[in-house]
Design a protein around this ligand. Structure first.
Ligand SMILES: Nc1ncnc2c1ncn2[C@@H]1O[C@H](COP(=O)(O)OP(=O)(O)OP(=O)(O)O)[C@@H](O)[C@H]1O
Length: 233
């Protein structure tokens, strides 16, 4: 299968800190690709560079187009969407207003479908700060899906959710990938979510690609155990 997102040689340094060093990664349509690693491994930086939020080096190809030099908004309009570690919603705006604003940026308005999908119709006229945290995360995910992106980069979408909410979110992610044929890159610390939804995993350690492969083989790889726990025992 041809990858929808191809990232080649992605590097980024902050002063003397090599946050990413020549990382290659591909994501195929309809698949969920997990990006994991210990704290500080470079996962968020990778999403920042690929989405264009942070300037790094390397090549980002979306479909057939090299988008490496494009601004984040241009990448977004071309179908490369992302969410943030902390929700990017506006607390004082109603849920309805946030979706209306997001719809203004895209050609095809699919907000009605998203509102139904995430069961948000009952809170449309409530300010975002007044809905539950779990609902805020769903609004955040919904906003990233406005316009039906081809590629979705998610930075810890399950952070702060209860086990039941994480489970529910994982079902949504699988549905988005499989039914909409979206290529999903998922950064997540919740290993239940990772092992439930990911078709393939890439592990980063101190900015370098440590291993890539099927979740079951990555889970038992001594290098990964060493990276996470400092021991192969
Ligand atoms: N704006 C910045 N300025 C300086 N250093 C930074 C900046 N952002 C990240 N770093 C450093 O880059 C490295 C990678 O950070 P990054 O946040 O990408 O890791 P991460 O894998 O997402 O970590 P976590 O799981 O804790 O979110 C770390 O050493 C971090 O301290």
């Amino acid at each position: 299968m041809t990858a929808l997102l191809q990232c080649r040689n992605i590097s980024k340094s902050y002063g003397g800190v090599h946050a990413l060093q020549k990382v290659d990664l591909k994501v195929e349509p309809g698949r969920v690709h997990g990006l994991i690693g210990p704290n500080g491994a470079g996962k968020s930086t990778f999403i920042d560079v690929v989405s264009g939020r942070t300037r790094g080096s390397g090549t980002v190809i979306l479909g057939d187009t090299d988008v490496s030099g494009f601004a984040p908004n241009r990448r977004r309009r071309m179908g490369l969407s992302r969410s943030f570690q902390r929700t990017s919603i506006f607390p004082a705006l109603t849920v309805r207003s946030q979706f209306e604003l997001a719809a203004g940026w895209v050609d095809n308005d699919n907000t009605a479908d998203l509102i139904d999908m995430f069961n948000l119709r009952g809170v449309l006229d409530v300010r975002a700060e007044e809905i539950s945290y779990g609902q805020q995360r769903l609004v955040d995910l919904g906003l990233a899906l406005v316009g039906t992106p081809r590629v979705l980069l998610l930075d810890e979408p399950a952070a702060g959710l209860s086990a039941a909410e994480s489970h529910h979110l994982a079902d949504h992610l699988l549905d988005i990938a499989r039914r909409w044929n979206v290529a999903v890159l998922l950064v997540e610390h919740d290993m239940d979510v990772i092992f439930k939804v990911c078709d393939v995993l890439t592990v980063l350690e101190t900015g370098k690609l440590l291993i890539e492969g099927p979740p079951e083989s990555v889970r038992s790889d001594p290098k990964v155990i060493q990276a996470y726990f400092g021991s192969t025992a």
